[in-house]
Design a protein around this ligand. Structure first.
Ligand code: ZN
Length: 368
């Protein structure tokens, strides 16, 4: 299989870099008019900064407040507004759904896309993927666009002002990247962009795990005090850039399939994406036959930063055997990334691995 590696054209991260938005766009040849699609809190916090940056560049811009759900209708409405404005670039600023909607609209109208995440809760900001929901917020479809964002601009000062739980959830998403990418590569399965894994993608995935384990606890302490420290910068990079390039160009495996399985039960919607992925990672470690000490290291790390490691901690205290079977059936449905593992896995095996991960994690205390 031929190898494929995809990434944004430019990635900029640092405290206060929002002031550089137009300048960084100009570096890669982008220009106004610009449509900014932004979440409510991002608009409140940053609209004045965008205004100053855009007028300094002499660009007309308009801010559209995101409707709250990434639906096909919202994507169409953003596309129409971009056309009416005569926009030459689309900026998304906010959480995952806002970025997904803006990214989807940019792809629909063939416009450059700038991704400005205001939380580091998932590895989606650098990717070419939009998750599209129905208006009811339930069913979902993946849209994989041809292009990654032209620019990803991450203001670390904005990230540490968001609730710390988001940064922690991002570590949960990032914990899975190495294990999933390694499995897909070992199985010779294609990555998310339709090619084989490169050594580069695997190296980034490994650096992602090492960074999260080394700097996670210190970053959480600093983020609680709203301080941008070197550890915070490294974790923002791990959650966003390393994990994003890793998952997309190395591949996904069991952890995200178990995440998708968990969504069939009422209750887990309260858990964030990365919190469910953290538990899914533990299930993958069981399926992979990972040594007990490595499993325990991950569980202790999760406990130290506040990631859930059992079904009860995920908000499912009264889960039944039938519930676990439903999770396992959904996790192994045709086309799921769990089939990227080097060997075939059955729903029964996954159900057993969920039980084992849950029981083993429950027995591991924070400190050895
Ligand atoms: Zn994820």
């Amino acid at each position: 299989m031929h190898r494929v590696f995809c990434s944004p054209l430019r990635y900029v991260q640092g405290e206060g870099v929002t002031t550089r938005l137009a300048a960084e766009m100009a570096v890669i040849g982008l220009a106004g008019p610009v449509l900014v699609v932004a979440g409510r809190s991002a608009t409140k916090e940053l609209a004045a900064v965008w205004g100053a940056a855009m007028s300094a560049a002499g660009w007309h811009h308009q801010v559209r407040v995101f409707g709250g759900e990434c639906t096909a209708a919202e994507i169409d409405a953003i596309s129409a507004e971009a056309r009416t404005l005569g926009a030459k670039a689309l900026v998304g600023a906010g959480g995952g759904k806002c970025l997904d909607a803006a990214r989807g609209a940019a792809a629909a109208v063939g416009m450059p896309f700038v991704s400005c995440p205001t939380v580091a809760s998932t590895d989606a900001p650098t990717s070419a993927l939009s998750v599209v929901y129905t208006a009811a917020g339930t069913a979902e479809a993946y849209r994989i666009h041809g292009r990654n964002p032209d620019l990803v601009l991450v203001d670390s000062g904005v990230i540490v002002r968001a609730p710390v739980r988001y940064l922690v959830a991002g570590m949960g998403d990032a914990l899975s990247t190495w294990y999933e990418g390694r499995a897909a590569a070992a199985a010779g399965r294609p990555n998310m962009r339709g090619g084989g894994t490169t050594q580069g993608a695997l190296a980034l995935a490994r650096a992602c795990l090492d960074t999260v384990l080394a700097d996670g606890e210190e970053a959480v302490r600093a983020a609680r005090e709203r301080r941008v420290t070197p550890a915070v910068e490294r974790i923002i990079e791990a959650n966003t850039l390393l994990s994003g390039l890793g998952f997309e160009s190395a591949g996904l495996g069991a952890a995200h399939a178990v995440h998708n399985g968990l969504t069939v039960l009422p209750g887990t919607p309260a858990a964030l994406h990365g919190e469910k992925v953290a538990f899914g990672t533990l299930v993958q470690l069981v399926l992979d036959g990972t040594p007990a000490e490595e499993f325990a290291t991950l569980v202790r790390f999760c406990r130290a930063v506040g990631l859930p490691v059992t079904l009860a901690e995920l908000g499912l205290p009264a889960v039944t055997a039938a519930d676990i079977d439903r999770i396992a059936v959904r996790a192994t449905q045709p086309g799921e990334t769990i089939h990227n593992l080097p060997r075939p896995v059955t729903p029964a095996e996954v159900a057993a691995a969920i039980r084992e991960a849950d029981a083993r994690a429950a027995g591991i205390a924070l400190r050895a």
